[in-house]
Design a binder for this molecule. Structure first.
Ligand code: NAD
Ligand code: MG
Length: 407
């Protein structure tokens, strides 16, 4: 019994969280859900507690935690219900925990993900925003506390699998020429720039290959997701911006590649299902079943590749710029993007205003060095104010948005 890995899932009610529980359920002899956490989805959390019987359930929202606690005790389930960010940090760092799946969406994930690293856990990182906001600080923390970091993001997991086993963070020593980061191109790959003005949140969230949460779906539509992933790859693999090339590959079968100086290109392929990278990281170094069907090459038949259009996908250009500027600029990029995506999803602004808001923030927040998590959170908070001010002025000049009148 004592070699069953105790897993905390930060964001268990989300898309990655549910896929993680699916893998856990296939391997009761290997894994146990120790703690599950969510923002405010009481109904789903109750179901998960009934099925997985975790030691702890944490709801960020106190009222949701109260509701859940009543139902848990009425159901006779032996799960302690907690609330608040401190409780998220606690269940990410308790001594009983072996691994933490960091799958909260956005900047909200940073504090519990930091807590897991500080406690020296095996950190399974889906929350790419942590690395974008605080890459150097987080990587230093992982090293300092002897935590282990394994990437869940499908591209980074694929790169990890395509690197030599003894990769020590030096591309040159390993004979690596470039990292080829694949991108599906999202739902608007073929939509002309002139038509992007009037696309709706529903269209933006209809991803051709992947079924994901709404924030990352919009990020895929703007290609900001790929921009965030360029920065994520920079920190995970110690690769400068010019060594990370984005390759559009509409089928999402190749999840990324590593190009070596001898002309070899090593890739990882598979069906687009996050249970593959999740099972890879959870079982590592062993291979375990994930529930994902084997790739049928005859069904795939074609693999296509295109160059990305940096004029149409402005967010991709801005991400490279923020990475090259360094300091707090990636933090600014991330915070402005979160405000922009939320404003777009709420119907407060057009799809094409997303890069405009982010560019404004990058130009109006001072470029400063950051050394601590407090610095990161201060930049994050300040950028959100700058972005919201921009939105107010923008809507004042352009009028409120109405989808029905725009087409
Ligand atoms: P999601 O929206 O489906 O789920 C988010 C989870 O976080 C939910 O459990 C929600 O309750 C919780 N949450 C939301 N706000 C919170 C807050 N303020 N405090 C605490 N918990 C909060 O998102 P997702 O698609 O599962 O993505 C999660 C993360 O994984 C993101 O960082 C995303 O970029 C990354 N990721 C997702 C995929 C995918 O296929 N979905 C792929 C690669 C990377
Ligand atoms: Mg990805």
């Amino acid at each position: 019994m004592n070699n069953i890995r105790q897993i905390t899932i930060l964001g268990s009610t989300g898309s990655i969280g549910e896929s993680t529980l699916d893998v856990i359920a296939r391997h009761p002899d290997r894994f146990q859900a120790f703690a599950l956490t969510a923002n405010n989805n009481v109904a789903k959390m109750l179901e998960q507690c009934q099925r997985f019987k975790p030691r702890y359930a944490v709801m960020l929202d106190a009222a949701s935690a109260e509701q859940l606690a009543l139902k848990i005790s009425a159901g006779g389930i032996n799960t302690d219900v907690l609330s608040g960010v401190e409780s998220l940090e606690k269940v990410a760092s308790l001594p009983e925990v072996d691994a933490v799946m960091a799958a909260i969406v956005g900047a909200a994930g940073i504090r519990p993900t930091f807590a897991a690293a500080e406690a020296g856990k095996l950190v399974l990182l889906a929350n790419k925003e942590t690395l974008v906001m605080a890459g150097r600080i987080f990587m230093d923390l992982v090293k300092q506390h002897h935590a282990t970091l394994l990437p869940i993001d499908s591209e980074h997991n694929a790169i990890y699998q395509s690197l030599p086993a003894n990769f020590n963070g030096d591309l040159k020593v390993s004979g690596i020429n470039k990292i080829l980061l694949t991108a599906s191109g999202g739902p608007f790959r073929k939509t002309p720039l002139s038509a992007l003005d009037s696309v709706t949140p529903e269209q933006a969230c209809a991803h051709p290959n992947w079924d994901m949460g709404r924030k990352i779906s919009v990020d895929s539509a703007t290609m900001m997701n790929k921009g965030l992933e360029v920065i994520e790859a920079h920190w995970l693999f110690n690769a400068p911006a010019e060594k990370i090339q984005v390759v559009i590959h509409p089928q999402s079968v190749i999840h990324s590649m590593v190009s070596y100086v001898d002309g070899s290109v090593v890739a990882q392929l598979g069906n687009p299902d996050m249970r593959t990278p999740i099972a890879h990281a959870m079982g590592y170094p062993e291979r375990i079943e994930s529930g994902v069907p084997a790739l049928d090459m005859f069904k795939v038949a074609h693999l296509d590749f295109e160059e990305p259009d940096f004029n149409k996908f402005v967010c991709l250009r801005l991400s490279y710029e923020a990475l090259k500027l360094g300091n707090n600029m990636p933090t600014v990029l991330n915070a402005a993007n979160e405000v922009a995506v939320e404003s777009f999803l709420n119907g407060q602004m057009k799809f094409t205003a997303i890069p405009a808001m982010i560019e404004h923030a990058l130009q109006h927040v001072a470029c400063e060095s950051i050394a601590t998590l407090a610095d990161v959170l201060a930049t994050d908070a300040h950028t959100r104010l700058v972005a919201k001010e921009w939105l107010q002025r923008h809507n004042h000049h352009h009028g409120e948005l109405s989808y029905s009148s725009s087409n």
